[in-house]
Design a binder for this molecule. Sequence first.
Ligand SMILES: [Zn+2]
Length: 466
Amino acid sequence: MKIICASFQCESNSGAKLHPQKYDFEYAKGEDIFQKLVVKEIFEKAGYTAVPSVYAVALPSATVEQDVYFYYANQILDTVRQNSDAAGVYIFFHGSMEVDGIGSGELYLLKEIRKIVSKDCVISLTMDAHANITDELGTYANIVSGFKTVPHTDQVQAQIRAAEGLVRALKTGEKPCLYVQRVPFLLKNDTVLTGEEPLKSIIEETLELEKLDGVYAVNAFLGHCWIDAPNTSASTVVCARDCETAKKIAKEVANKLWATRGVYKFKIEADEPEVCVDLALAGQENRIFITDSGDNTTAGAEGERTEMLRLFLSKDLQKPVCVAGITNQELVEKFWECADGTKVHLDEFGVDAVVKAHGNILGWGKELIGRSLTFCVGNLDIVFTEKRSAFIEKRNFDEANVDLLGYRVVVVKLGYLFTELKPFADREIFALSQGASCVELKKLNLQRIVRPMYPLEDFQWDAFEN
Ligand SMILES: [Zn+2]
């Protein structure tokens, strides 16, 4: 009795320009995938053979192009073809992978898998809390266990829940029914944290509901507003022994989720970029961070926007400021041979600058992925990187050879600061800047989403009537 195991993840961002390439995926195949997934032990303890396929996971990026998508999807399908008698399939998806010309990458793959496996094969999935769920998911999958935390800290538990659900279905012979209830609202990703109300109570309720007899999983998915696609929205997904129970719970939780729609707020100061710059320069705190949220590289943006930099260049700075991690390959290339201390002119910004530091940038796995070059314009230091990077911890500054502790104001391309940077921030200001990860939903110009959609429209809605 075999269970096929795989993972294929990339959170897409329609406004971003950099499509993930094959080499952008962290990749493993065969037994090595179980270094990344925790499900093998659960399946083997229950007497099943865990058959490894591939693990291919990329950082949030622009939509996935078909050649890259099929390069990995076909490897998973090959494993399924070679093991078409499998009793189960387990896949760890993100849930918001948008493939050019195809739509949901997850749904397409599931459809193809269903064509190969037997009708009794149980398909169980783990998904990110920001998954955009398609209405048809229940036609192809039986169980979904989503993360119940934002920021995400329960990736392991979500895998365990999905794996245990799969084993339970196989042992009991039950074929869980998966019901999807879309909820027509979009959340500003950065305002929604599961540790705080209003979401905290809803998540706690899903955990209670999962204890009911015959219930496999109860999920409240927040959706991912940066994909302009018909399946973009929040949703509830419930898996239960019988469809009526799944449907009833999904609609009840959906109504509760809908009721929270107007309540989400930023957890920190958030304002227009000009205001953030003035606040930071006037602030008395020892070190103030501004996050350039519209160009958040950890959300798929390129990190090449210079809106915040230009605002600082227009000011007479009385204290040391650093803008860290602007992607500009050309500029790094052009001045890389200049020794530290060399005076140069940055045409793009019309300013004279001094080359201050040569350094490195780190990839997601802390590996060195390229070069950084820091320029100094009076009290302002600007770190340019030849590749997209994310300054999420002090080590990123160290590798770039800039002294984080020497600055009173630091701008980074993030939404909220990562926990690792918080000890260095006496104050954190969230800039509502433009870009691919802009949190102002009305500025996103979404064309393909289902309408009406709160907050773009305000209207009455009840899950039991939809
Ligand atoms: Zn997420």
